[in-house]
Design a protein around this ligand. Structure first.
Ligand code: CP
Ligand code: NVA
Length: 316
């Protein structure tokens, strides 16, 4: 007779095929990935190896530049006993017009996982639709879910858990913001988002977030967002590919900078996915200040993505 009296939601037997948005994981799957990330981080610190992807190879396709994503994924594969291949915009036949669907099927015959940083999210969906191996979103114009894994891991470390933590987003309702909003909702974090009119989170993000336990409130007032927040998060106002909108966006975001004035009455930790544009969305004193956790976030990209890759390839 079974003695198992655990009535909590069981972990799905298999992880999702791909990780294109945060909610490709279930809330339980997300928790499992964050737990494994903490384990890997601890093991790495203790000098214990964890070659869970020994002999496995990842292809990394980049249409846009990167520091953290490229280096953390490549280092992560090395630490897991595997290998990663960097493919920049000029390194493949994609640059000479080979269709993504052909690239996807060819790469699937060689590698065990594909990570891609692309402009159009629909291109990533096409890549995934034709791939026989897991595809991971390394950032698109719409989403940056791997960043969210690192952000939630960082917040878990800061607060010992996530349920009931209060977060604020101040600035552009961009790719990083949209993934963060869904991730917060899935993890039980209550988020208030302050954006100027015309730069809000899209409706799909808000609808997705509504189906989870954390709440997402919206405002145009940064002071409303940061009041009572445990963490305050921002990102660049001009994302990669938006350079032509620079003047218009800088004007629209006037008053949305994270600085000593906005945070005068706040003890919140300050988060930024990096790279930071000091003097625009945040000032130098705030990035370098005692409440800043941006380097912890950056390091956690490594641990969180190792856990994600291991889970997608090997299961929970
Ligand atoms: N945060 C982030 O994705 O940084 P990179 O653009 O350097 O990869
Ligand atoms: N929103 C930024 C994030 C960079 C990591 C961009 O897309 O350029």
């Amino acid at each position: 007779m079974s003695t198992n009296t655990d009535t909590s939601t069981p972990m799905p037997a298999q992880p999702p095929n791909h990780f294109l948005t945060v909610d490709d994981l279930s809330p339980e799957g997300l928790e499992s990935v964050l737990d494994l990330a903490s384990t890997y981080k601890h093991q790495l610190g203790a000098g214990e190896s964890h070659a869970d992807l020994a002999g496995k190879t990842m292809a990394m396709l980049f249409e846009k530049p990167s520091t953290r994503t490229r280096v953390s994924f490549e280092t992560g594969m090395t630490q897991l006993g595997g290998h990663a291949i960097f493919l920049g915009p000029d390194d493949t036949q994609l640059g000479r017009g080979e269709p993504l669907k052909d690239t996807s099927r060819a790469l699937s015959g060689y590698v065990d996982v594909i990570m891609a940083r692309l402009f159009d999210h629909s291109d990533l969906e096409e890549l995934a639709a034709y791939a026989d191996v897991p595809v991971v979103n390394g950032l698109t114009d719409d989403a940056h879910p791997c960043q969210t894994l690192a952000d939630l891991l960082t917040m878990k470390e800061l607060f010992g858990g996530l349920d009931g933590v209060k977060a604020a987003w101040v600035g552009d309702g961009n790719n990083v913001a949209q993934s963060f909003a869904v991730g917060c909702a899935m993890a039980g974090v209550d988020l208030t988002v302050a954006t100027p009119e015309g730069y809000e989170l899209d409706d799909e993000t808000l609808e997705t977030a509504e189906s989870y336990t954390g709440t997402v409130e919206t405002t145009t007032d940064p002071e409303v967002a940061v009041a009572d927040a445990d963490v305050v998060y921002t990102d660049v106002w001009v994302s990669m590919g938006q350079e032509a909108e620079r003047d218009e966006k800088l004007a629209a975001f006037d008053g949305y900078q994270l600085n000593g004035d906005l945070l005068a009455d706040s003890d919140a930790y300050v988060m930024h996915c990096l790279p930071a544009h000091r003097g625009e969305e945040v000032d130098d004193e705030t990035v370098e200040g005692e409440h800043s956790v941006v380097w912890q976030q950056a390091e956690n990209r490594l641990h969180a993505q190792k856990a994600l890759m291991s889970t997608l390839v090997n299961g929970y």
